[in-house]
Every structure is written in C-alpha cells, then in structure tokens.
Write a protein that binds this ligand. Structure first.
Ligand code: PMP
Ligand code: GLN
Length: 382
C-alpha cells in the first residue's frame, strides 16, 4: 500500500479552478473574493514593503500583529489574551492547522472530526499519525448528532478539530452545540482546535462564538484566524493562532521548522486590518449577506433546492430537482463545460464513499456582475 502523500489526489480547489480556466467559465468554485480588500490594509503592506525592514521577522510574528490579534480577541470575544505568550503568526490558517496537528498529535492519538470537513484536515491528521473519528452532520440542517459525537470521544482522544462558521455547509455552531462539545472536551481531557477563519463572515444577526469563551475552555482551546478571510486577501496567507502558553509551546515548536516566519509587510498589513473600526467588520458581513441572497435567490429560481447558509463564502445547492442524474463531480464538470459556470462537488469534503453526491457548493463572494453572469449562464442552460 502506498502510504506517502503522493497517494493523495490533487485538492478539489485546484482541480476545479484549472478546469474553470480551461473552459473560461465563471469560477464560483474555489473560495476567493473579487473584492480587492481594504485600501488601508494594502497601502500599509505596500508602504512597509518599500520602506520597512524586509528581513526575517521574529519567529512568533511581529509584535504589532500579535498585539492586534489580542486586541481584536478582546473587542469581539471579550477574551484577555497575552500577546507575548499566547499568539503566533503563521503563513495562513493552513500552516496554523499543520502546526497544531503536528505539534499536538502523537501517533495513535484519536482525533474527532466533523463531516463534511475542509479538505486539508484529514490528510494532515493522518500524516501526523492521528486516528480520525468522524462524526457526520446530515443535510439540510446539519445538526450536531449528540449521541454519535459523545460516542466518538474515548480514552485515546487527543483533540477535536472543527470549523465554525463551517465550510462547505455554511453552518454556524450555536452556544448549546458548543457547550455540548465543551462538556465532552472537559470530561475526556481533550483539546479543541477551532478553525474560525470565517468569524466575520456570518449572517442574519448571528454572532460568532469562539469556543475559547466557553466555561472551562479558555486553556484547552486553540483558536485559528486568517487575514485572507477577514480582509478579502486570500493570496496573502497570513494566519494567527491563539492558545494558552503550554499549548502554544508545542504549536510554536512545529512552526519554527515549518515556515519559521511570514512576510513582514503582510503581517504589518494584517495588523492594520485587525485594528479597523467595527463598521468595517459589520459591512463585510452585510456585503456578503447581500451577495448570498443574490445568488441563493437566483439558484432557487433556476430550480435548485438551496440550503440555508448562515456564514462563510458559500451556498450549497441540491441539483436533483433540475433532473440531473449523475454525481456531484459529474454535475460540476457538466456545468463548467456546458454552462460556463464552475462549482465544487460537496462529496470532496467527505472521507467516505457514502457521502451525499447531489450537492454543489457555489461561492458568492464575487462582484455582482460576476454573480449575474453566472446566473444568466445557468438560466440559459437549464
Ligand atoms: N480553513 C477553512 C475552513 C478554509 O475555508 C480555509 C481557506 N479557504 C482555510 C482554513 C485556509 O486559510 P488560509 O488561506 O488562511 O490558509
Ligand atoms: N478555502 C477555499 C475554499 O474552500 C480554498 C482554499 C484553497 O484553494 N486551498 O474554496
């Protein structure tokens, strides 16, 4: 058996974006905004690039960004974070996830994961020697199956890794669900790694609740954020990890040999972003909500069964009412080639063969004109 990373396929995001380029389709697959991101943030990074110190920044990240991460956690979550011992800057949330998994998992440790899951989680958990214990959410409401979740925890469980707001199914965990998970973490002495990259992309007056704010969870939660998502700058790959000092030591040990550091001008830009006023963050959410409505309404009119989307860049749509009989992979390929619109098959976010194969994930963080042209193409086709 081939146990190297070469046994993996290419990530669905790259596959679908390449197909979109080949067929010149409107790419609503891979999640990246059309928006250029706040001018002040880009200007700060540009100015630093021209005039700043462009050599290795400190391994933990520049102090300005680590302080900004701590202030932002205080402002939005009421958390008191010590920026010196509890904040680490990484090259995107992707590196943050790798640092946490490689830093905290010992071979044979069990890791609880919630399906559908972001595509990098499973390969990384496995490569770290972790044994995945998957619990599945069922559409259309994606409620937490409490009994199954409780059964997934045991004496070998080291940590749970989950994502809220959740890619790809756009679920936002509420306080009751988080409390239930928190209870299990404490009962079994388990860490929670929370991928909170969409913390500001949340809709309909919901509020993002960080697991770190729940009773008993302050020192057993690792919180991960991304400037890519909070400032619509996905190419920057600036992430940040917040964790209690003991956990942070293990995570930082991995980071030092993974990337060691992240471009200083982008860190400076991200610090500027995290200090933007409350209005910036509420506008970001309002803007994305409007885009969600624009796309979701049109997809429903075209005949898709559109699922609720409470956060993230994405809406999930069941294509069976359109009369398409193939799998989700076939559907996404079909609309790319025949309609000129690209989406991502949701089964790519599952480990198992029995994944639902009738959902396409559409990304709505695009200019209205891009959304309208995708909608027009789908209308013309179906
Ligand atoms: N986690 C989730 C749930 C994501 O959707 C993404 C990126 N889209 C990442 C992590 C990776 O973020 P970054 O680009 O900052 O590495
Ligand atoms: N997270 C983005 C998405 O879900 C893609 C990230 C990537 O391309 N690796 O679309």
């Amino acid at each position: 058996a081939n146990s190297t990373m070469t046994a993996l396929g290419t990530t669905v995001f790259e596959v679908m974006s390449a197909l979109a380029r080949e067929h010149k389709s409107v790419n609503l697959g891979q999640g990246f905004p059309d928006d250029k991101g706040p001018e002040e943030v880009r200007a700060a990074a540009a100015d630093f690039l021209l005039n700043g110190h462009n050599q290795y920044p400190p391994m933990m990240g520049i102090p300005e960004l680590r302080q900004a991460v701590a202030e932002h956690a205080k402002r939005f979550q009421g958390l008191d974070i010590d920026w010196q011992s509890e904040v680490l800057v990484t090259s995107g949330a992707t590196e943050a996830l790798g640092d946490c998994l490689f830093g905290l998992i010992e071979p044979g440790d069990e890791v609880v994961l919630i399906e559908p899951l972001y595509d990098s989680y499973l390969p990384m958990v496995r490569r770290a020697g972790g044994v995945p214990k998957l619990v599945r959410l069922e559409p259309p409401h994606w409620r937490l199956p409490r009994e199954q979740l409780a059964a997934a925890f045991g004496p070998k469980t080291k940590l749970i890794l989950f994502n809220t707001p959740m890619n790809p199914c756009s679920k936002v965990f509420d306080r009751e669900e988080l409390s239930f998970i928190a209870g299990l973490c404490q009962q079994h002495d388990v860490y929670a790694i929370c991928d909170e990259v969409y913390e500001h992309i949340i809709f309909d007056d919901r509020r993002h609740i960080s697991m770190m704010t729940l009773p008993g969870m302050r020192d057993r939660t690792v919180r991960i954020g991304s400037a890519g998502k909070s400032f619509s700058l996905t190419g920057w790959k600036v992430g940040y990890v917040t964790a209690a000092p003991e956990l942070m030591k293990a995570i930082a040990k991995t980071h030092q040999f993974m990337t060691f550091t992240t471009p200083p001008n982008l860190q400076w830009g991200a610090a500027t972003g995290l200090r933007l006023g409350d209005g910036y963050f509420s506008n970001l959410a309002a803007d994305m909500q409007r885009k969600r409505d624009r796309l979701a309404t049109a997809l429903a009119e075209i005949g898709f069964d559109v699922l609720p989307a409470h956060g993230t860049y994405f809406v999930t749509a069941d294509f069976r009412p359109l009369g398409f009989n193939g799998t989700d992979e076939e559907f996404c390929r079909h609309i790319t080639v025949e309609a000129g619109v690209t989406a991502v098959p949701v089964s790519a976010f599952y480990q198992s063969q029995e994944a639902p194969r009738y959902f396409a994930r559409f990304c709505f963080c695009k200019d209205d004109s891009t959304l309208d042209s995708a909608i027009a193409r789908l209308r013309a086709h179906f």
